[in-house]
Design a protein around this ligand. Structure first.
Ligand SMILES: Cc1cc2nc3c(=O)[nH]c(=O)nc-3n(C[C@H](O)[C@H](O)[C@H](O)COP(=O)(O)OP(=O)(O)OC[C@H]3O[C@@H](n4cnc5c(N)ncnc54)[C@H](O)[C@@H]3O)c2cc1C
Length: 382
């Protein structure tokens, strides 16, 4: 179905992104998977091409674009070229908005040039060993020092991009409040601060290029200039970006489903069973046609949500609907595509096997499917 949300600027940008991924990153993906992270020079290259800083204001060296469609182009390209860029996705789609929206002029001077050039990488640390879905249950705490600064202690886990990050936005309790959602702040921890340590890169089911780490904070001094946004308002600040974060996962889920279908169509055409191509059996055709129709519907939904996000009209409940629908669909699509590969679908060298493993987390991170259902049912008055 013809897409109507992109104009010639987006398509030109898509060419730039596709060329960079295929020329500069694709040959190194296996090495990145083995080491469990993407080398920093890749992000600098993406900075030089105007990709990583596309949303940073122009006077700091960025592209000055407000539309999220440019970000959508990047992560569709990542899925279609089968180059997972999870840390970049979190950096650009999840963390950058907090810097763009809440930095003071002095913080902008300090951090925006590096964010535009790709030399400064970020991560966001909400999840803890004892608190994931229930963010208000976090234990990381920062004690006021009297000079506007804090002493931060606690630990975080599952932090995407945490291995490379120069700036980690840490969600910590800065005051004890009766309402559990109050009294939390966004504190920016910088590489090299005393008491800040990175743990091991966690061994995951999929997404091998994406570093996911534990982080530890032992009385890390946070100067007043490293508080991001209003003190005590972290819950509200985080909620403001949830529609974008969830749409970001949804658009990747759809693009990864498309990639799985493309891969499987090619596989079934090349594989002979009972003397003829697998693609000629009615079951293969019906499976692929059924999935194709569902993925097209999901694509239309995501495109509609992208327009809504750009117009400032994507509600948290609608973003939850889009994430739930597209990620659950992705799970079904990769499973059925793998089935069409037979035993080869279970072998790690097959792209579909990797897609199957990579897809599993879409229904968990950025808020699990169950949490999406809680949000949607509340919106339905339940
Ligand atoms: C690869 C990866 C990357 C990640 N990157 C980041 C990151 O960069 N930064 C970060 O802060 N976090 C990150 N996370 C953490 C992620 O957001 C959490 O894993 C997720 O929010 C779920 O939290 P949990 O793992 O503690 O599960 P839990 O909250 O313990 O949930 C366990 C199960 O209970 C269900 N459940 C929870 N509450 C309810 C309820 N009220 N009703 C019904 N069911 C419920 C959940 O849906 C789930 O099925 C990442 C996780 C992964 C796996």
């Amino acid at each position: 179905m013809r897409r109507t949300i992109f104009d010639s600027d987006h398509e030109q940008f898509r060419q730039t992104v596709m060329a960079a991924l295929e020329r500069d990153i694709a040959p190194r993906v296996e090495a990145f998977e083995r080491q469990g992270h993407i080398d920093r020079d890749v992000f600098v290259q993406l900075g030089e091409l105007g990709i990583i800083g596309i949303q940073v204001p122009e006077h700091f060296g960025g592209g000055g674009q407000r539309s999220f469609k440019f970000n959508a182009v990047i992560f569709e390209a990542s899925a279609h070229t089968r180059i997972p860029l999870g840390a970049l996705q979190v950096h650009m789609n999840v963390v950058m908005p907090y810097f763009l929206k809440y930095s003071t002029p002095a913080q902008q001077q300090r951090w925006f040039p590096g964010l535009a050039s790709g030399e400064t990488l970020t991560a966001i640390a909400m999840t803890e060993p004892g608190a994931g879905s229930d963010l208000a249950g976090i234990a990381a705490a920062a004690t006021p020092r009297g000079d506007g600064g804090y002493l931060l202690s606690g630990s975080k886990t599952f932090i995407t991009g945490g291995y490379n990050a120069d700036l980690v936005v840490v969600v910590a309790r800065t005051s004890a409040e009766e309402n559990r959602r109050s009294g939390m702040s966004l504190l920016v921890v910088e590489e090299g601060m005393t008491g800040f340590a990175r743990g091991r890169k966690l061994s995951k089911l999929g997404l091998g290029t994406q570093d996911t780490v534990e982080l530890f904070f032992d009385e890390v001094y946070i100067p007043p200039d490293n508080v991001l946004g209003e003190t005590g308002a972290a819950f509200t600040l985080l909620a403001s970006n949830l529609p974008q974060e969830r749409l970001s996962i949804a658009l990747s889920a759809v693009a990864m489903s498309e990639a799985a279908l493309t891969e499987t169509i090619a596989y079934t055409k090349g594989r002979n069973v009972f003397g003829k191509p697998l693609s000629t059996f009615q079951n293969s055709k019906f499976e692929l046609a059924d999935m194709g129709a569902s993925v097209t519907a999901a694509r239309v939904l995501v495109d509609h949500a992208l327009e809504a996000l750009d117009a400032g009209a994507l509600t948290p409940a609608d973003a939850a609907r889009v994430k739930l629908f597209t990620t659950e669909l992705q799970g079904r699509v990769v499973d059925r595509c793998l089935q069409l590969h037979g035993g080869y679908g279970y072998m790690r060298e097959q792209p579909i096997t990797r897609m199957y493993a990579d897809a599993r987390v879409s229904r968990i991170y950025g808020g699990s499917s169950e949490v999406m259902k809680l949000i949607i049912s509340k919106d339905m008055g339940l």
